[in-house]
Design a protein around this ligand. Structure first.
Ligand code: ADP
Length: 486
């Protein structure tokens, strides 16, 4: 046993369908990206298992929907409490399969659990509406009802939070759900299912279908093709989002898509430079740069450009990279060799086109997945890193002259998820915030995610919002009642 858990029964090697643990016929391995050791195996489920999970969710749905919001809230609160009680074990499982430093993993467990707490509370507040009728003999009323069976496909970068952000509002609204977790991080999802089971969430309401990268395509196809599944939520890359959108056209599913980003981070000449550097380090290097809201492009005003690059590089050099279980480690490995290859390609391309290397620039150790926190200066718009999502610990810093020019550059992308800027000028803060074509804007901060705020993007970064009071609407349908004969 590589993992020393207080409660070893949280480490599951079976999938969870209809309240039961299922072995399946095939399995696939889960690796630790820090040691490259095999952590265990989980079932490699196929189309027929997915159909069984959908059926279980379909049967369970009406009973769950018929409960009061308060009843659902009580069970969800138990689930939340169990996640908090078991936060250390959940964090250890996450660090083992995902790589992020243990303290960061614990932070994600707390953040992930906060969605369950928040939506458990919101479950009690799903209210309809009464319109002022223009017919004297008719009354007009709007009911909000759960959409039905839901499906979600989630990524490996936040193995718990990306699931709870979807499952919590679905379950709170009265829906049932089939989840296909990322093939790299199924153990965190299964541990959460174990806790949901212990909390008393009924069989069939939450189902976890594990599958490797190849089988995930077949599982995704069944979820999209099924007329029973009324809602699909996905967090992942834009190309896969497009596939799922296309596949969902046949059944006209409601979609929530959290896709790629290419976040700009602008440092104006009137910014508090030290605060900007601190925010930049958080926004860039958290989770080894593997978050969809991580900065991909820094724009620093020419008057503070050299100072910003110098301070950012000094900060990057202080980041301690290594196994997430190690003491004092603040950056773990990349998720896999493919992720490293993309980072290497972006750095090589930038250097070839005239960028200067200010920090990092290579793997810490050949054959392993630890990439040094890297800073590139003299970056220009034609470079790969300025146009594709890097998803790694590389900060590319561009010089700009005017506010107008930098806003145009920041908006010159098909993505529109997160953006950041630092300025102390109140007029500029308002002006720039209004003009940035992004779903989220961090102003004088590099950290924006929170369960009470609507998370989501515009343009090709996706559809819909998760979290917040708005997050519940995704999982509710409106029904208009027109009552005549009054
Ligand atoms: P990443 O690059 O972050 O791994 P992906 O978009 O490739 O992002 O993967 C996110 C999730 O989408 C994972 O759970 C993965 O298994 C799943 N996935 C990838 N391709 C498909 C597909 N064609 N159909 C359904 N799910 C898919």
């Amino acid at each position: 046993k590589q993992l020393n858990l207080k409660d070893p029964s949280l480490l599951r090697d079976q999938a969870y369908i209809n309240g039961e643990w299922l072995t399946g016929t095939a399995s696939f391995e889960v690796n630790n990206p820090s040691t490259l050791a095999i952590l265990g195996t989980v079932p490699n489920l196929d189309a027929s298992h997915t159909e069984a999970a959908i059926k279980a969710a379909q049967v369970a749905f009406p009973l769950w929907a018929a409960k009061t919001g308060k009843e659902r809230a009580t069970l969800m609160r138990k689930w939340f409490d169990l996640m908090i009680e078991n936060a250390d074990d959940l964090a250890a499982i996450m660090t083992a399969e995902q790589g992020k430093p243990l303290a960061e993993a614990k932070g994600e467990v707390i953040y992930g659990a906060s969605f369950i707490e928040w939506f458990a509370e919101e479950a009690k507040r799903v209210s309809g509406d009464v319109m002022a009728s223009t017919w004297s003999d008719k009354r007009m009323v709007v009911l909000k009802q759960p959409i039905g069976v839901c499906a979600s496909i989630t990524p490996w970068n936040f193995p718990i939070a990306m699931i709870t952000r979807k499952v919590a509002p679905a379950v709170a609204a009265g829906c049932s759900i089939v989840i296909k977790p990322a093939e790299q991080t199924p153990l965190s999802a299964l541990a959460m299912a174990e806790l949901a089971h212990r909390a008393g969430i009924p069989a069939g309401i939450i189902n976890i279908v594990t599958a490797d990268s190849e089988q995930s395509i077949a599982v995704g196809k069944v979820l999209c093709d099924s007329p029973v599944v009324r809602h699909l939520s996905f967090t992942g890359s834009t190309p896969v989002g497009r596939i799922l959108m296309r596949q969902s056209a046949q059944t006209v599913k409601k979609l929530a898509l959290e896709l790629g980003g290419h976040a700009p981070f602008i440092v104006f000449e009137d910014a508090d430079l030290d605060a900007a550097v601190e925010g930049a380090l958080q926004s860039k290097f958290r989770n080894s740069g593997q978050t969809c809201v991580c900065t991909n492009r820094f724009y620093a005003h020419e008057s503070i450009y050299d100072a910003f690059v110098e301070k950012l590089s000094a900060g990057a050099k202080k980041i301690k990279v290594g196994d997430g279980f190690g003491a004092g480690i603040n950056q773990g490995p990349m998720i896999d060799a493919q992720a490293v290859a993309k980072v290497e390609e972006h750095v090589a391309d930038a250097l070839k086109q005239g960028a200067s290397l200010q920090a990092g620039g290579k793997l810490l150790e050949a054959g392993k997945l630890f990439y040094e926190p890297t800073v590139l200066s003299n970056v220009t718009s034609g470079m790969l890193i300025m146009n594709e999502e890097t998803f790694g610990p590389v900060a590319a810093v561009v010089k700009f002259k005017t506010e107008e020019e930098v806003i145009a550059a920041a908006n010159n992308t098909d993505f529109g998820l997160a953006s950041y800027f630092y300025s102390r000028d109140i007029g500029r803060v308002w002006r720039v915030a209004e003009k940035l074509e992004y779903g989220m804007v961090g102003i004088n901060t590099g950290l924006i995610s929170n369960e009470v705020a609507p998370f989501g993007g515009v343009k090709q970064s996706g559809l819909g919002r998760e979290g917040s009071v708005y997050g519940m609407d995704e999982y509710l349908e409106m029904k208009y009642l027109c009552m005549g004969g009054i």
